[in-house]
Write a protein that binds this ligand. Structure first.
Ligand code: AMP
Ligand code: MG
Length: 423
């Protein structure tokens, strides 16, 4: 098993109290390593799993030179205008190759996927020929090697087919099967616990809307985060809602031991009177609060809860659902990815013309809820207020505006990151 996190691993160097986004990501990246054991899964079950070792081809593809079409094969290509060749008896079919070598100067019936016998290197399409009375006729020219596949032209035995850390997709099953695998070693799914905090927060379904007291709100973050974790290929573990009480929190963290590899929690991570998560971790575990120059997203808290010789990492996200979502995507996603064995990955963004105007102030990286218009421009949600949960559903992704000041007008190229890029 790889080493777990050290007790002081999230501490910033003395004097650093404000971190640009890239620095924060680089620091976090240095501190997370795979923590999950390996298991074996059959090819049909690989989607979303993370390959635990480099895999090399056990067999070449194609294993032998064969025909790419149904037609007639012969040797040497054809330069003549009108080609006439005697037809040999028999044929070569997929799985039923022609026995022996094709006599020089003759042609043979061959079907798609059938091995080219010795004495054959070129195939003419059946639609392009006249084959009657033991004789084949067609119009050239036809290049040597036409309509054939060379042995090993795709990959050959010993070639690396997929690297360790690959997040496996359905297409990979085709590749792995061709390369001689029926099952592959993958990392066990990372188990990530989620709990919410706050006396004002009520679990959906616990209290009917008409019975909710003033000041109470439904827990939006827990179902969102659990669902995100599932989308990312991890095993979400619902650790419930915890009232603002240290005893309840301590109990939940202790009972989570051995059941989860990391915890995402939202709310209660600042330094207010009722921010019990940060207080408890500070008193009995360890917590570092990084002030990161992004909007939305207040400080990100990175905690470690003691458990044996490998403390449990706790990602403390802001309570505000918009900030919780953005910080989960930006920080928890790559960090959990690295812990799950897939390595540190960053989402792919695209430069697209803006369909909005904004005068961005300098100092912080900004992430706006955004989506593409049918005209191929990116529009942003009408309000930047990070309490507007409806904007999360409205959006299909985020626009990322640089740390520096920027005057965005219609048509300015801005970076758009679809939500799907984070998966
Ligand atoms: P906090 O980070 O605890 O100060 O919370 C910031 C804001 O987010 C407050 O308005 C909270 O009521 C709200 N909030 C905290 N947790 C949740 C949650 N699980 N679902 C929805 N809103 C929340
Ligand atoms: Mg709170």
């Amino acid at each position: 098993m790889p080493p777990r996190l050290r007790n002081d691993c999230f501490a910033l160097p003395p004097g650093v109290d404000w971190v640009p986004l890239e620095d924060a990501l680089a620091r976090l990246r240095d501190r997370v390593t795979p923590v999950v054991p390996v298991e074996t899964v059959p090819l049909a079950a690989i989607r979303g799993r993370v390959l635990a070792q480099d895999l090399t081809a056990r067999r070449a593809n194609p294993p032998s030179a064969n025909s790419a079409v149904d037609g007639y094969g012969f040797a040497g290509g054809a330069l003549d205008e009108l080609v006439t060749l005697p037809l040999a008896a028999g044929r070569s079919a997929a799985g039923e190759p022609y026995q022996g070598a094709l006599p020089k100067g003759q042609a043979l019936r061959i079907l798609t996927g059938a091995i080219l016998p010795d004495g054959m290197d070129t195939v003419v399409l059946q639609e392009d020929v006249e084959a009657t009375g033991g004789k084949l006729q067609f119009y050239g020219p036809l290049k040597l090697g036409a309509n054939t596949r060379r042995a090993g032209e795709d990959f050959t035995t010993g070639d690396l087919v997929l690297p360790e850390g690959r997040k496996l997709r359905p297409e990979d099953a085709a590749l792995l099967a061709a390369a001689g695998y029926s099952e592959v070693p993958v990392f066990q799914r990372l188990r990530v616990g989620v709990f919410s905090n706050g006396d004002e927060v009520i679990a959906p379904g616990q209290t009917a809307p008409e019975d909710m007291g003033a000041g109470k709100i439904y827990d939006s973050n827990r179902p969102m985060l659990l669902s995100l974790l599932e989308q990312w290929g991890f095993t979400p573990v619902d650790l419930g809602h915890i009232e603002d009480s240290r005893a309840a929190l301590r109990h939940r963290l202790n009972t989570a031991q051995g059941q989860v590899d990391a915890v995402l929690t939202s709310g209660g991570v600042s330094t207010g009177d009722e921010d019990h998560v940060s207080a408890l971790l500070r008193e009995e575990g360890q917590i570092e609060t990084w002030r990161i120059a992004i909007k939305p997203g207040r400080p990100l808290a990175l905690g470690l809860w003691p458990q044996g010789d490998s403390p449990l990492p706790v990602f403390g996200l802001p309570g505000n659902p918009v900030a919780a979502m953005v910080t989960a995507l930006l920080f928890a996603r790559p960090a959990l990815g690295a812990m799950s064995g897939e390595g540190w990955t960053m989402p792919q963004g695209f430069m697209v013309p803006a369909g909005f105007a904004k005068n961005k102030k300098p100092g912080r990286r900004e992430f706006l809820r955004a989506r593409m218009t049918p005209e191929g421009r990116v529009e942003v949600f009408k309000s930047e207020g990070s309490g507007r949960i409806s904007g999360l559903s409205w959006a299909d992704g985020l626009v990322e505006l640089p740390d520096a000041a920027l005057k965005v007008g219609e048509g300015t190229l801005v970076r758009y990151i679809p939500f799907g890029s984070f998966s």
